[in-house]
Design a protein around this ligand. Structure first.
Ligand code: PBG
Length: 331
Protein backbone atom coordinates (compact mmCIF):
# COMPACT_ATOMS: atom_id res chain seq x y z
CA UNK A 1 0.00 0.00 0.00
CA UNK A 2 1.32 3.44 -0.89
CA UNK A 3 1.38 5.88 1.94
CA UNK A 4 0.63 9.54 1.32
CA UNK A 5 -0.55 12.26 3.62
CA UNK A 6 -4.25 12.28 4.24
CA UNK A 7 -5.34 15.38 6.01
CA UNK A 8 -8.65 16.64 7.22
CA UNK A 9 -10.81 18.09 5.74
CA UNK A 10 -9.46 17.26 2.27
CA UNK A 11 -9.89 13.66 3.33
CA UNK A 12 -13.03 12.63 5.12
CA UNK A 13 -13.02 8.84 5.16
CA UNK A 14 -16.69 8.83 6.04
CA UNK A 15 -17.54 10.05 2.52
CA UNK A 16 -16.98 6.52 1.25
CA UNK A 17 -19.20 5.04 3.93
CA UNK A 18 -22.29 7.18 3.48
CA UNK A 19 -24.54 4.81 1.56
CA UNK A 20 -24.85 1.14 0.66
CA UNK A 21 -23.96 1.59 -3.00
CA UNK A 22 -20.63 3.28 -2.31
CA UNK A 23 -19.80 0.90 0.52
CA UNK A 24 -20.32 -2.01 -1.81
CA UNK A 25 -18.31 -0.30 -4.57
CA UNK A 26 -15.25 0.22 -2.38
CA UNK A 27 -15.56 -3.07 -0.47
CA UNK A 28 -12.17 -4.76 -0.42
CA UNK A 29 -13.37 -8.33 0.13
CA UNK A 30 -16.40 -10.37 -0.76
CA UNK A 31 -17.81 -13.53 0.70
CA UNK A 32 -19.64 -16.01 -1.50
CA UNK A 33 -20.83 -19.60 -1.02
CA UNK A 34 -17.82 -20.61 -3.14
CA UNK A 35 -15.58 -19.69 -0.20
CA UNK A 36 -17.20 -22.21 2.10
CA UNK A 37 -16.42 -25.82 2.93
CA UNK A 38 -19.24 -27.45 4.85
CA UNK A 39 -18.16 -29.64 7.76
CA UNK A 40 -20.52 -32.57 8.15
CA UNK A 41 -20.64 -35.34 10.77
CA UNK A 42 -21.78 -38.80 9.71
CA UNK A 43 -22.86 -41.81 11.73
CA UNK A 44 -23.74 -45.40 11.00
CA UNK A 45 -27.33 -45.23 12.26
CA UNK A 46 -30.54 -43.91 10.77
CA UNK A 47 -31.52 -40.34 10.03
CA UNK A 48 -30.23 -37.22 11.77
CA UNK A 49 -29.08 -37.05 15.38
CA UNK A 50 -28.55 -33.61 16.90
CA UNK A 51 -25.18 -32.81 18.48
CA UNK A 52 -26.00 -31.19 21.83
CA UNK A 53 -22.92 -29.01 21.99
CA UNK A 54 -23.39 -27.73 18.42
CA UNK A 55 -26.91 -26.31 18.13
CA UNK A 56 -28.19 -26.70 14.58
CA UNK A 57 -25.65 -29.40 13.68
CA UNK A 58 -26.70 -33.05 13.27
CA UNK A 59 -24.88 -36.28 12.71
CA UNK A 60 -26.12 -37.55 9.35
CA UNK A 61 -26.75 -41.08 8.17
CA UNK A 62 -25.18 -42.13 4.89
CA UNK A 63 -28.46 -41.34 3.08
CA UNK A 64 -28.73 -37.93 4.72
CA UNK A 65 -25.12 -37.19 3.81
CA UNK A 66 -25.94 -37.92 0.17
CA UNK A 67 -28.79 -35.42 0.45
CA UNK A 68 -26.40 -32.90 1.98
CA UNK A 69 -24.17 -33.24 -1.08
CA UNK A 70 -27.14 -32.38 -3.30
CA UNK A 71 -27.95 -29.46 -1.01
CA UNK A 72 -24.36 -28.20 -1.26
CA UNK A 73 -24.57 -28.31 -5.03
CA UNK A 74 -27.84 -26.33 -4.99
CA UNK A 75 -26.36 -23.72 -2.68
CA UNK A 76 -23.09 -23.34 -4.57
CA UNK A 77 -20.97 -24.74 -1.74
CA UNK A 78 -18.02 -26.33 -3.56
CA UNK A 79 -16.95 -28.94 -1.03
CA UNK A 80 -17.90 -30.93 2.04
CA UNK A 81 -15.49 -32.06 4.76
CA UNK A 82 -16.58 -35.33 6.34
CA UNK A 83 -16.07 -36.38 9.96
CA UNK A 84 -17.25 -39.74 11.28
CA UNK A 85 -18.93 -40.53 14.59
CA UNK A 86 -17.81 -44.00 15.57
CA UNK A 87 -19.53 -45.61 18.56
CA UNK A 88 -17.55 -47.45 21.28
CA UNK A 89 -18.08 -50.77 19.49
CA UNK A 90 -16.20 -49.45 16.44
CA UNK A 91 -13.14 -48.28 18.40
CA UNK A 92 -10.02 -50.21 19.38
CA UNK A 93 -6.46 -49.57 20.60
CA UNK A 94 -5.00 -49.15 17.12
CA UNK A 95 -7.95 -47.49 15.41
CA UNK A 96 -8.18 -50.31 12.88
CA UNK A 97 -11.61 -49.11 11.71
CA UNK A 98 -9.87 -46.17 10.04
CA UNK A 99 -8.31 -48.49 7.48
CA UNK A 100 -11.47 -50.38 6.53
CA UNK A 101 -12.14 -49.89 2.81
CA UNK A 102 -15.86 -50.44 3.52
CA UNK A 103 -15.98 -48.38 6.68
CA UNK A 104 -18.41 -45.54 7.33
CA UNK A 105 -16.36 -42.89 5.53
CA UNK A 106 -15.74 -44.91 2.34
CA UNK A 107 -19.44 -45.87 2.19
CA UNK A 108 -20.48 -42.27 2.70
CA UNK A 109 -18.07 -41.09 0.02
CA UNK A 110 -19.56 -43.48 -2.51
CA UNK A 111 -23.11 -42.43 -1.70
CA UNK A 112 -22.27 -38.74 -1.91
CA UNK A 113 -20.39 -39.12 -5.19
CA UNK A 114 -23.37 -40.98 -6.63
CA UNK A 115 -25.76 -38.24 -5.56
CA UNK A 116 -23.73 -35.16 -6.48
CA UNK A 117 -20.44 -35.91 -8.23
CA UNK A 118 -19.77 -32.18 -8.74
CA UNK A 119 -19.25 -31.55 -5.03
CA UNK A 120 -15.69 -31.90 -3.75
CA UNK A 121 -15.26 -34.37 -0.90
CA UNK A 122 -12.61 -33.85 1.74
CA UNK A 123 -11.82 -36.46 4.40
CA UNK A 124 -10.10 -36.19 7.74
CA UNK A 125 -6.97 -38.32 8.05
CA UNK A 126 -6.37 -39.15 11.72
CA UNK A 127 -7.18 -42.05 13.98
CA UNK A 128 -8.97 -40.23 16.81
CA UNK A 129 -12.52 -41.20 15.83
CA UNK A 130 -11.48 -44.86 15.78
CA UNK A 131 -9.14 -45.26 18.77
CA UNK A 132 -10.38 -46.28 22.20
CA UNK A 133 -7.94 -43.75 23.74
CA UNK A 134 -9.03 -40.85 21.49
CA UNK A 135 -5.57 -39.95 20.19
CA UNK A 136 -4.93 -39.13 16.54
CA UNK A 137 -2.25 -41.80 16.40
CA UNK A 138 -1.19 -45.06 18.02
CA UNK A 139 -0.49 -45.02 21.74
CA UNK A 140 2.56 -46.81 23.13
CA UNK A 141 2.64 -48.34 26.60
CA UNK A 142 4.77 -45.48 27.87
CA UNK A 143 2.05 -43.01 26.86
CA UNK A 144 3.82 -41.64 23.78
CA UNK A 145 2.40 -41.40 20.27
CA UNK A 146 4.85 -43.09 17.89
CA UNK A 147 5.33 -40.89 14.84
CA UNK A 148 6.43 -43.23 12.06
CA UNK A 149 4.26 -46.20 13.01
CA UNK A 150 1.25 -43.86 13.11
CA UNK A 151 2.16 -42.48 9.70
CA UNK A 152 1.98 -45.96 8.18
CA UNK A 153 -1.61 -46.24 9.39
CA UNK A 154 -2.48 -42.81 8.06
CA UNK A 155 -1.16 -43.76 4.65
CA UNK A 156 -3.49 -46.79 4.60
CA UNK A 157 -6.41 -44.62 5.70
CA UNK A 158 -5.68 -42.08 2.95
CA UNK A 159 -5.49 -44.81 0.31
CA UNK A 160 -8.83 -46.26 1.45
CA UNK A 161 -10.45 -42.83 1.12
CA UNK A 162 -8.88 -42.21 -2.29
CA UNK A 163 -10.15 -45.57 -3.54
CA UNK A 164 -13.66 -44.73 -2.30
CA UNK A 165 -13.85 -41.46 -4.20
CA UNK A 166 -12.45 -38.72 -1.95
CA UNK A 167 -11.12 -35.74 -3.89
CA UNK A 168 -8.99 -34.35 -1.10
CA UNK A 169 -7.51 -35.92 2.00
CA UNK A 170 -6.86 -33.63 4.92
CA UNK A 171 -4.39 -35.09 7.42
CA UNK A 172 -5.23 -33.51 10.76
CA UNK A 173 -2.98 -35.69 12.91
CA UNK A 174 0.17 -33.51 13.00
CA UNK A 175 2.66 -36.37 12.69
CA UNK A 176 5.96 -35.32 11.08
CA UNK A 177 6.49 -36.50 7.53
CA UNK A 178 3.00 -37.81 6.91
CA UNK A 179 2.33 -35.54 3.94
CA UNK A 180 5.38 -36.91 2.12
CA UNK A 181 4.44 -40.49 2.95
CA UNK A 182 0.86 -40.05 1.73
CA UNK A 183 2.00 -38.25 -1.41
CA UNK A 184 4.44 -41.03 -2.22
CA UNK A 185 1.77 -43.69 -1.73
CA UNK A 186 -0.64 -41.78 -3.97
CA UNK A 187 2.00 -41.58 -6.72
CA UNK A 188 2.82 -45.29 -6.34
CA UNK A 189 -0.83 -46.34 -6.44
CA UNK A 190 -1.81 -44.19 -9.41
CA UNK A 191 -3.75 -41.53 -7.47
CA UNK A 192 -1.72 -38.77 -9.04
CA UNK A 193 -4.62 -36.29 -9.00
CA UNK A 194 -5.46 -36.73 -5.34
CA UNK A 195 -5.22 -33.43 -3.54
CA UNK A 196 -3.79 -33.06 -0.05
CA UNK A 197 -5.03 -30.31 2.21
CA UNK A 198 -2.53 -30.39 5.07
CA UNK A 199 -3.64 -29.33 8.50
CA UNK A 200 -0.25 -27.68 8.56
CA UNK A 201 -0.67 -25.35 11.49
CA UNK A 202 -2.97 -27.11 13.87
CA UNK A 203 -2.84 -25.99 17.46
CA UNK A 204 -3.51 -27.90 20.68
CA UNK A 205 -6.71 -26.02 21.36
CA UNK A 206 -9.55 -25.98 23.83
CA UNK A 207 -11.80 -24.82 21.00
CA UNK A 208 -12.18 -28.43 19.78
CA UNK A 209 -14.34 -29.44 22.75
CA UNK A 210 -17.73 -29.79 21.01
CA UNK A 211 -16.16 -31.64 18.08
CA UNK A 212 -14.83 -34.33 20.37
CA UNK A 213 -18.38 -34.80 21.67
CA UNK A 214 -19.68 -34.96 18.11
CA UNK A 215 -17.31 -37.74 17.06
CA UNK A 216 -17.61 -39.54 20.38
CA UNK A 217 -14.00 -39.14 21.52
CA UNK A 218 -14.21 -36.68 24.41
CA UNK A 219 -15.06 -39.22 27.10
CA UNK A 220 -12.23 -41.49 26.06
CA UNK A 221 -9.35 -39.08 25.41
CA UNK A 222 -6.41 -39.99 27.62
CA UNK A 223 -4.25 -36.97 28.37
CA UNK A 224 -3.95 -34.21 25.79
CA UNK A 225 -2.56 -33.73 22.28
CA UNK A 226 0.25 -31.33 23.14
CA UNK A 227 3.07 -33.60 21.99
CA UNK A 228 1.86 -33.40 18.41
CA UNK A 229 -0.36 -30.33 18.02
CA UNK A 230 1.23 -26.88 18.17
CA UNK A 231 1.62 -24.62 21.16
CA UNK A 232 -0.78 -21.64 20.94
CA UNK A 233 2.13 -19.40 21.91
CA UNK A 234 3.97 -20.04 18.64
CA UNK A 235 3.78 -18.36 15.27
CA UNK A 236 7.16 -18.85 13.49
CA UNK A 237 6.74 -22.57 14.06
CA UNK A 238 3.55 -22.49 11.98
CA UNK A 239 5.56 -21.22 9.02
CA UNK A 240 8.03 -24.09 9.43
CA UNK A 241 5.15 -26.58 9.48
CA UNK A 242 3.67 -25.05 6.33
CA UNK A 243 7.01 -24.98 4.50
CA UNK A 244 7.59 -28.65 5.26
CA UNK A 245 4.10 -29.76 4.27
CA UNK A 246 4.37 -27.88 0.97
CA UNK A 247 7.79 -29.39 0.27
CA UNK A 248 6.36 -32.84 0.98
CA UNK A 249 3.55 -32.43 -1.53
CA UNK A 250 0.60 -30.59 0.05
CA UNK A 251 -1.58 -28.73 -2.48
CA UNK A 252 -3.30 -26.56 0.11
CA UNK A 253 -2.62 -25.80 3.73
CA UNK A 254 -4.88 -25.23 6.69
CA UNK A 255 -4.73 -23.16 9.82
CA UNK A 256 -6.82 -24.30 12.74
CA UNK A 257 -8.56 -23.00 14.86
CA UNK A 258 -9.72 -19.97 12.87
CA UNK A 259 -10.63 -16.63 14.39
CA UNK A 260 -8.24 -16.73 17.38
CA UNK A 261 -5.48 -17.62 14.91
CA UNK A 262 -6.19 -15.08 12.15
CA UNK A 263 -2.66 -13.72 12.52
CA UNK A 264 -1.40 -17.15 11.47
CA UNK A 265 -3.83 -17.27 8.53
CA UNK A 266 -2.50 -13.92 7.39
CA UNK A 267 1.16 -14.83 7.86
CA UNK A 268 0.76 -18.12 6.02
CA UNK A 269 -1.17 -16.74 3.08
CA UNK A 270 1.07 -13.71 2.65
CA UNK A 271 4.34 -15.63 3.13
CA UNK A 272 3.64 -18.60 0.87
CA UNK A 273 0.93 -17.41 -1.54
CA UNK A 274 -0.63 -20.86 -1.58
CA UNK A 275 -4.30 -21.73 -1.06
CA UNK A 276 -4.78 -21.28 2.66
CA UNK A 277 -7.86 -22.70 4.30
CA UNK A 278 -8.99 -21.64 7.74
CA UNK A 279 -11.08 -23.88 9.98
CA UNK A 280 -13.71 -22.15 12.07
CA UNK A 281 -13.79 -24.94 14.63
CA UNK A 282 -16.56 -26.33 16.78
CA UNK A 283 -15.86 -24.17 19.84
CA UNK A 284 -15.97 -21.02 17.73
CA UNK A 285 -19.31 -22.04 16.26
CA UNK A 286 -20.68 -23.02 19.68
CA UNK A 287 -19.68 -19.67 21.21
CA UNK A 288 -21.56 -17.75 18.57
CA UNK A 289 -24.62 -20.00 18.77
CA UNK A 290 -24.73 -19.93 22.57
CA UNK A 291 -24.45 -16.16 22.79
CA UNK A 292 -27.09 -15.78 20.08
CA UNK A 293 -29.46 -18.16 21.88
CA UNK A 294 -29.12 -16.03 24.98
CA UNK A 295 -29.93 -12.93 22.97
CA UNK A 296 -26.51 -11.46 23.73
CA UNK A 297 -25.42 -11.09 20.12
CA UNK A 298 -27.15 -11.07 16.75
CA UNK A 299 -26.23 -14.59 15.60
CA UNK A 300 -26.72 -14.05 11.86
CA UNK A 301 -24.75 -10.88 11.85
CA UNK A 302 -21.84 -12.31 13.83
CA UNK A 303 -21.83 -15.43 11.63
CA UNK A 304 -21.46 -13.33 8.47
CA UNK A 305 -18.95 -10.98 10.07
CA UNK A 306 -16.78 -13.84 11.30
CA UNK A 307 -16.73 -15.42 7.84
CA UNK A 308 -15.81 -12.14 6.17
CA UNK A 309 -12.95 -11.71 8.65
CA UNK A 310 -11.40 -14.92 7.33
CA UNK A 311 -11.48 -13.48 3.80
CA UNK A 312 -9.92 -10.25 4.98
CA UNK A 313 -7.11 -12.19 6.65
CA UNK A 314 -6.31 -13.93 3.36
CA UNK A 315 -8.10 -17.27 3.60
CA UNK A 316 -9.00 -18.80 0.27
CA UNK A 317 -11.54 -21.10 1.86
CA UNK A 318 -13.27 -21.53 5.21
CA UNK A 319 -14.29 -24.84 6.75
CA UNK A 320 -17.34 -24.05 8.84
CA UNK A 321 -20.41 -25.54 10.48
CA UNK A 322 -22.22 -22.40 9.30
CA UNK A 323 -21.76 -23.24 5.61
CA UNK A 324 -25.37 -24.14 4.85
CA UNK A 325 -26.86 -21.30 6.87
CA UNK A 326 -24.44 -18.74 5.48
CA UNK A 327 -24.87 -19.92 1.88
CA UNK A 328 -28.65 -19.58 2.24
CA UNK A 329 -28.23 -16.00 3.45
CA UNK A 330 -25.76 -15.19 0.70
CA UNK A 331 -28.38 -16.45 -1.75
C1 PBG B 1 -8.76 -34.55 14.76
C2 PBG B 1 -9.61 -33.40 14.43
C3 PBG B 1 -10.09 -32.50 15.38
C4 PBG B 1 -10.87 -31.57 14.69
C5 PBG B 1 -10.85 -31.90 13.33
N1 PBG B 1 -10.05 -33.04 13.18
C6 PBG B 1 -9.99 -32.49 16.86
C7 PBG B 1 -8.77 -32.74 17.56
O1 PBG B 1 -7.67 -32.54 17.07
O2 PBG B 1 -8.88 -33.15 18.71
C8 PBG B 1 -11.56 -30.43 15.36
C9 PBG B 1 -12.61 -29.74 14.60
C10 PBG B 1 -13.49 -28.84 15.40
O3 PBG B 1 -13.29 -28.59 16.60
O4 PBG B 1 -14.46 -28.35 14.79
N2 PBG B 1 -8.58 -35.50 13.91
Amino acid sequence: MTHFPQTFPATRLRRLRQSPWVRSLVGENTLTPADLIWSVFVHDGEGRVPVDSLPGVDRLSVDEAAKAAVRARELGIPAIALFPYIGPEGKDETGSGALDPDGLVPRTLRAMKDAAPEVGLITDIALDAYTSHGHDGLLDDDGTIPNDATTEKLVQQALAHAAAGADVVAPSDMMDGRIGAIRQAFEDEGFTNMMILAYAAKYASGFYGPYRDAIGSSASLKGDKKTYQQDPANSDEALREVAMDLAEGADMVMVKPGLPYLDIVHRVSSTFGVPTVAYQVSGEYAQIKAAAQNGWIDGDRVMMESLMCFKRAGASGIITYFAEEAAVKLG
